[in-house]
Design a protein around this ligand. Sequence first.
Ligand code: ATP
Length: 348
Amino acid sequence: MHIEVKNLNKHFGSFHAIKDVNFSITKGHLVGLIGPSGGGKTSILRMLSGLESPTTGDIYFDGKLATHLPVQDRGIGFVFQSYALFKHMTVFDNVAYGLKVLKKPKDFIHDRVTYLLNLMGLAGNERKYPHQLSGGQRQRVAFARALAPEPQLLLLDEPFAAIDAKIRKELRLWLRNLIDEFKVTTLFVTHDQDEAIEVADEIILVQGGKIEQQGSPWEIYTQPASSFVASFIGESNVISQYTPLIGFPYLDEIQQDGKWLQDVNVLIRPESIEVRPHDVSHLATAGEKGKVTHVHFRGDSWYLEIDTGALKLFAYQSVKEKIYQPGDEVNILINHISVFTKTENIVI
Ligand code: ATP
């Protein structure tokens, strides 16, 4: 189902929670709705579901007005953070529930539930009750139950929030494959930006009831629309005042009328910083001089803190490369920076 949201506003009493929000979701896409706590993610999700009515604005499903359609007529599947399974029902009956409500024939229900439980890797658990399953298994039952009636839209509200970090990572990939298999339009609310980057076709970042940016994970990561987006997605060194550095390749562009722009935020992704052994003879071309102040191992890379005198920066070093020690002198070369004025953006 193609989703279109136009000029959506929500007031809770005098509080303006959602402010003129517009977005669309392409049929079959998985969209990550992310942002800080209280930003408006759940309110948007609830208005799409019909559990909450917008104060003004409209929602269209496949071009048809759906703003005030009752929940049960929207063709939506839900999965929430807390495993909202029916505790007194078996796994089979939980998954069959929506199909029984739709009065589907018994054989059809049996085949569909069996197919879904197989797909979810849950075959053999049909007669178990939710309390006999692990957290990850329960969430997979919740997905099977949501998908059983063939929803046109799947709404996920922090579905993996209560699950261990390792299983949670496995479930990300599993979810991506599941959505590809079912080709169902999905809106996925998550606090976890890494989760959104990894699984989503598109990300919508909301803050203060407004959309800060919508785009593919790659676009949002590499072309953030504001310093807020840049610091929310991924990691950055944030420098609130520009300091001329030899290692910066974009010196001229941060000058206006021959003066350094002062009122800016400069963001440098750690992976944009190249660390090299200190080389006195080629200092001007080899980058800025710095001293390693802290090193620790991250599993897939080394975390380095470097003090250039003017700046304290952090960078990652591949495990295959030379390992620096605190106290080592190094040269750093910065391959890319993003510069934002405090009021509007100039992205370099
Ligand atoms: P979280 O990540 O913490 O779940 P969120 O991004 O989902 O947050 P919402 O739950 O949509 O944010 O809330 C957006 C704003 O609207 C918050 O300031 C919240 O306090 C307010 N709000 C939400 N529901 C109500 C309500 N029923 N009555 C009053 N204010 C509400």
